[in-house]
Design a binder for this molecule. Structure first.
Ligand code: UDP
Length: 365
């Protein structure tokens, strides 16, 4: 008899399993994939840790979360400073003085602000109802057209004026020469990749891979007291109110016979004409010196049943649907939903750990 059946061996499930096991609870962790780690799983290719389900850069503003994750791996001092390519032009991200000086051949924050203020005024926006308005009112027309519009429409498969404005609020805007993409105090990549973190977290739990929740409960009913479910909440309920929508990414990964392809871990392709949104060169996350390199092109696409869901699309329609499923979930006394898919929420890794620890507090303290 297990105290917890944890469905999904990603960061949320593994954090919960670790804390529960530490408190003497018996946990079984199942996953439909053949690997643990969910989307932070790394695959070693040519001696390089390849972030198989998309680039993951750990960052947090909270010391306790940084120290928590530091128990499981040594982190390096990687700082994410992606490059944007628009046609033949190269810009620094996030939007900062390096970006503005390249765009307008200016030098000072005063000059940059003057141009952005003028462009904002020219847009003459009365109220902000969508992502396009939000971007224009934040950075003006030039940055929007070169660095936001094409990228965002590829990423989400929808026009910017049909997208919610909050998406763009993730991106910082600075009037300093600072290319650090994140504003958080702590940032890095685990030396040796993410798998060690999950493996250490799952130490002490039983693990069953290649196993779906349905298959497990059909074969072993009554073998657990409670379920922590980190799969899609709509799938749990058999999609009875309809399907929640996701955006998915397809990766084309290639080994190249060169030691340095693009000189940086992340290059965003911001024009509409290039079909992928970005190219990740994995070795740069760990300052790799291997003779070859591995790159992944990211092609965003619409999700359908049977492929991996990535980004929840939190528009009004989906959020209403989510509320219905959550109301049903609240009726279940022995199933708790969590993580990105269980909560239908786009979590960064630090927030995933925080959410799992909050559940631990509620459940186990
Ligand atoms: N974005 C953009 N241009 C860029 C990078 C990001 O317009 O070069 C927008 C885009 O709409 C994206 C959002 O900013 O969905 C958030 O970007 P972030 O890098 O946080 O996305 P993630 O890495 O989580 O996919």
């Amino acid at each position: 008899m297990y105290d917890y059946l944890i469905v999904g061996a990603g960061l949320f499930g593994a954090t919960f399993a670790h804390e529960a096991t530490r408190r003497g609870k018996k946990c079984l962790v199942i996953d439909r994939r053949s690997s643990v780690g969910g989307n932070i799983y790394c695959e070693k290719i040519e001696g390089i840790n390849v972030h198989k389900y998309g680039a993951h850069i750990f960052h947090t503003s909270k010391k306790e979360i940084w120290e928590y994750v530091g128990q499981f791996a040594e982190f390096n001092n990687f700082v994410n400073s992606p490059i944007a390519r628009y046609k033949d032009e190269i810009y620094n991200l996030p939007f900062n003085m390096n970006t503005f000086s390249r765009l307008w051949n200016i030098k000072t924050p005063q000059e940059a602000k003057k141009i952005i203020d003028r462009q904002r005024a020219e847009c003459n926006l009365k109220e902000i109802t969508n992502l396009e308005d939000q971007a224009l009112s934040l950075v003006g027309k030039d940055v929007y057209e070169k660095l936001i519009k094409g990228y965002t429409e590829k990423q989400w498969g929808r026009k910017c004026d049909e997208l919610p404005s909050f998406i763009i609020k993730r991106l910082p805007l600075r009037f300093t020469y600072n290319n650090n993409y994140f504003s958080d105090k702590y940032q890095g990549i685990p030396e040796g990749g993410y798998n060690q973190i999950i493996e250490k977290m799952l130490d002490g739990s039983d693990i069953l891979l290649n196993t779906t929740y349905q298959d497990y409960i059909a074969a072993h009913p009554d073998t657990f007291k409670k379920v922590i479910y980190t799969g899609c909440i709509d799938e749990y309920f058999g999609y009875k109110y309809g399907e929640l929508e996701y955006r998915t990414v397809r990766f084309e990964t290639e080994v190249l016979d060169t030691d340095n392809y693009q000189g940086v871990a992340v290059v965003n392709y911001t024009e509409a004409e290039v079909p992928y949104t970005r190219i990740i060169e994995h070795k740069h996350f760990e300052f790799g010196t291997q003779p070859k390199t591995v790159i992944s092109r990211e092609y965003p696409c619409e999700w359908h049943k049977g492929i991996e869901p990535y980004y929840p699309i939190n528009n009004d329609k989906n959020n209403e649907l989510l509320l219905k499923y959550q109301a049903d979930a609240d009726q279940l006394s022995n199933v708790i939903f969590g993580g990105r898919l269980g909560g239908y929420k786009y979590y960064d890794m630090d927030k995933t750990i925080e959410a799992a620890l909050a559940l631990v507090k509620q459940e186990l303290n």
